[in-house]
Design a protein around this ligand. Structure first.
Ligand code: ADP
Ligand code: ZN
Length: 443
């Protein structure tokens, strides 16, 4: 008899049965797991109270659409119930704690049972296997280990898949390059803004990855980044770069991941239920239009969340993927609804600025948007690092380059920013998620 487990680790699928479920099979599985999850959460303080106030009866759930009667969960709810208000398991069954990065305020705490860690590692192995990583590969994980989910999440997935795993952690750039050389690293996991920084370090060290290293696959995620940055990373390192999406509230990474077709990120619908809503009306958006991603975890034991509002803006890519997986695809995340800023009445996302900048060859690998109020008028300044070459060879032309950048930004954004060109590697860097925007109007 072919058991479920023996089908794993073969051919192009890590878990062929789950990855190739049909639409109706996925929905049936989701309905079964949704009921289980709702029963589970009705024992936790937060949901028990909410469901009671709203007069919700879980046994009346007849189809997946009925979930729309249930309340949303927000990051603020998690903060209010910090630390244990969402727990569905006694403390003796918990084996791990992670904390979100705290990008938008007080961080939230997540708990995991042994089974949660196993299903998370399995999802991560599925993601990496999908991109062609295999035993024999050396995987260098350049994400912060510790409370952040990006480090340990990938770590256990990579070991489960059978990759030789180097827990390099974040930062310490020269050592990262040394490790890549000494152990012939083939697969890396790296924050996109750090991948850009590491390019400058390698250039300084005289290392050309295409000539001197054996890299072939990169996983990049944890922060929004444009297609233009993906191109820069691919071109410089000579790798195929896969977008990786996740959030602590849903385990961490491994929620949605690109396949080799790179036409969107497959969201693992056996584990997560997807909705996309209009953040103002809270109504579902038409399939194919951009909305806020709302997720319900279907397999978590310790701390499942119902209709969690991620604030991340994306859309569903229509149609089925040629790779054979029916799990729907998310488009590249544009950013969080919180990232949007308004200047002179125009709504702008930092990623729009990035798309323009990264298409200009004289622009280096870092930028910063600063918003100020001068004489009651909003002013937007974009500080742009130029490339080493531009800095050395094109000093006389800096004014022309500045004008060109201003012109192109104005064309895209419809407001005219002030553009300041700065030396390579002169803007502040973080080891974690990049800070792209400083809004001094709020100070
Ligand atoms: P925090 O929400 O405090 O940053 P997390 O570490 O849990 O804490 O980060 C999850 C968030 O990171 C997501 O909600 C999303 O905004 C962002 N993110 C993760 N992966 C990607 C990606 N591939 N593209 C864009 N944004 C991403
Ligand atoms: Zn695919």
């Amino acid at each position: 008899m072919v058991t479920h487990d023996s089908r794993k680790k073969t051919g192009r699928y890590w878990d062929e049965y789950v990855e190739t479920l049909s639409d109706s099979e996925i929905q049936a599985l989701q309905f079964y797991r949704l009921k289980q999850t709702l029963e589970r959460v009705s024992s936790c303080g937060f949901y028990q109270k909410r469901f009671k106030e709203m007069g919700l009866d879980i046994s009346a759930l007849e189809c997946l659409e009925d979930l729309s009667r249930f309340p949303f969960t927000t990051k603020q709810d998690l903060r209010d119930a910090y630390p244990y208000g969402f727990l569905c398991e006694p403390k003796e069954r918990l084996v791990r704690l992670h904390v979100s990065s705290g990008t938008t305020g007080q961080a939230t705490a997540m708990f995991y049972t042994q089974k949660d860690l196993e299903s998370w590692a399995d999802l991560m192995a599925r993601c990496m296997h999908m991109t062609g990583a295999r035993p024999g590969d050396t995987f260098q994980n350049m994400m912060g280990y510790g409370l952040f989910t990006g480090g340990l999440g990938f770590h256990y997935g990579a070991e489960r898949l059978g990759l030789l795993t180097i827990p390099a952690g974040a930062g310490n750039s020269k050592r990262q390059v040394q490790l890549m050389r000494d152990f012939s690293t083939t697969v890396i996991h790296i924050i996109p803004s750090y991948a850009l920084h590491l390019m400058d370090v390698m250039a300084e060290m005289g290392v050309d990855p295409k000539r001197d290293l054996e890299l072939r696959i990169a996983y990049t995620g944890a922060e929004p980044y444009s297609e233009e940055i993906r191109q820069r990373i691919q071109d410089f390192y000579g790798v195929k770069t896969y977008n990786s999406y996740g959030l602590s509230e849903m385990n961490g990474p491994g929620v949605a991941f690109e396949c080799p077709e790179q036409t969107g990120l497959h969201i693992w619908e056996d584990s997560y239920l997807v909705e996309l809503i209009d953040p103002d009306t809270l109504e579902p958006v038409r399939e194919g239009t951009v909305g806020e991603l709302v997720l319900t975890s279907l397999r978590r034991e310790a701390m499942p969340l119902i209709r969690y509002r991620t604030k991340d803006l994306t859309r569903i890519v229509r149609g089925h993927c040629p790779c054979g997986r029916k799990h729907r695809r998310l488009d590249r995340i544009q950013g969080r609804s919180d990232d949007m800023f308004i200047i002179k009445g125009v709504n702008i996302f930092p990623i729009q600025v990035e798309q323009v900048l990264m298409n200009i060859p004289e622009v280096g690998n870092n930028y910063l948007i600063v918003l100020q109020r001068e004489n009651n008028v909003d002013q937007m300044t974009v500080r742009v690092e130029v490339t080493d070459r531009t800095f050395i060879e094109d000093m006389r032309h800096l004014q022309r380059i500045q004008k060109k950048i201003t012109h192109e930004l104005k064309g895209e954004l419809l407001v005219t920013p002030r553009v300041e060109l700065v030396e390579p590697s002169s803007l502040p860097r973080t080891e974690g998620k990049a800070v792209r925007l400083v809004d001094e109007r709020k100070l």
